[in-house]
Design a protein. Sequence first.
Length: 194
Amino acid sequence: MKKLLALIILFLLPIPGFSGDVKGYWKLEKSEITYTATHPFHVVHGKTLLARGEGLSYSDGIHKFLVAVQVKSFDSGDHNRDLHMQEVTRAGLNPLIQVNVEIAKVADQKAPQQLAADVEIEFAGKKASYPKVKLNVLEWKGAQLHITGTVPLTLKDFEVTPPSLLALPVHNEVPVKLDMWWSRSNSKIKAGKK
């Protein structure tokens, strides 16, 4: 998984419009990602603590991050429900969720503040874009950043048929809450580094 992330990050480096002068490298230290699925009879929360991520800050104030997590790492408290979720989201064929985030023109390192991010998610074999997702910077102390936000994901965006219980499907809207702690260093990403 680490090699996959390093390879994907390397593909992000030559994107046109981004300076080669990297201002900083970020690593996801800790995270909690929670989806909420609503059914007419109950609400389900699935959570994972196993996301991995890396990012780059450029001298022009643009930040690009990549976060990846395995579908099977989400736990809703019901093993059968989690297996069914993996089935309907085609996790056997597409086991990884990849999230690309771009935050433009971060002026200063202050907290609290709200940022707007363009988010692209690859999930269940499909891609969907979410422009101007609001992210909240709760803490930014030197090389430490704590950020939260909610991505307004829908099942339709990924051509996922809503699972049903007693002939009633879950709602199309499945918001995903992000709670992440990042650390920054001045080193650049090195290919194959473990």
